[in-house]
Design a protein around this ligand. Structure first.
Ligand SMILES: O=P(O)(O)OC[C@H]1O[C@H](OP(=O)(O)OP(=O)(O)O)[C@H](O)[C@@H]1O
Ligand SMILES: O=c1cc[nH]c(=O)[nH]1
Ligand SMILES: [Mg+2]
Length: 210
């Protein structure tokens, strides 16, 4: 069973409150999504393997650590997941980026796939799938299905800023091997499958499309 970790660091909770505020404008919303993604990435990469290397500092020889193990990839679920990518790449500059385009059908709330492009060696990489919102879980489950079944990915982590309990349940049942990192688990979904209290439509607030 993958672990579900709710990252309740005070900095994350503070920034999340700004995102939730309906008066927060596009510029600040976008900046804070990036800041939250960086803080979450810091925690989600905590257990990456390291190896010892020897280097020469200006003062002496030193045995120090560098990242080892699998190469990394970041896979945003379009559109809203794009808002999390840049700040993560700043922390992990060697990561490759794949894209999965999914939108929720407004009537059925089922995910509809419209785009997919992955680095050629994605199956060998440790993949971080990112999206600000985990509502019904349909989009995240579909993205993880695509990565496993169509691309042979085996090492997957999911990062969402806000989750609904329904989404956490759907992902952990469909993909029990995948670790899930969220900054908050909210109360419930409303009749439009929006997270309550949530922050509204993350994609629209990042890109100013409403
Ligand atoms: O858990 P679910 O019920 O599937 O809902 C979550 C999905 O909905 C949002 O995307 P949306 O469909 O609004 O597309 P967008 O990012 O292009 O706005 C969000 O960014 C997730 O991808
Ligand atoms: O609350 C929600 C649910 C799905 N997608 C969003 O952007 N927000
Ligand atoms: Mg949207």
């Amino acid at each position: 069973m993958g672990k579900v970790q709710v990252l309740d660091h005070p900095l994350l909770q503070h920034k999340l409150s700004i995102l939730r505020d309906k008066n927060t404008g596009v510029k600040e919303f976008r900046e804070i999504v990036g800041e939250i993604a960086a803080l979450m990435c810091y925690e989600a990469t905590r257990n990456l393997p390291t190896e010892e290397v020897e280097i020469e500092t200006p003062v002496a020889m030193a045995k120090t650590k560098v990242l080892s193990g699998k190469k990394l990839a970041i896979v945003p679920i379009l559109r809203a997941g794009l808002g999390m990518v840049d700040s993560m790449i700043e922390l992990i500059p060697s990561a490759k980026v794949g894209h999965i385009g999914l939108f929720r059908d407004p009537e059925t709330h089922e995910p509809v796939k419209y785009y997919c492009k992955m680095p050629p060696d994605i199956s060998e990489r440790q993949v971080f799938v990112v999206d600000p919102m985990l509502a019904t879980g349909g989009s995240a489950v579909a993205a993880l299905d695509i990565l496993k079944k169509e691309y042979g990915c085996r090492y997957l982590t999911l990062m969402d800023i806000i989750a609904a309990p329904e989404g956490v349940k759907a992902v952990t049942e469909a993909h029990p091997d995948v670790d899930l990192y969220v900054a908050a688990v909210d109360d419930h979904l409303n009749e439009h499958a929006y997270i309550v209290p949530g922050l509204g439509d993350a994609g629209d607030r990042i890109f100013g499309t409403k």
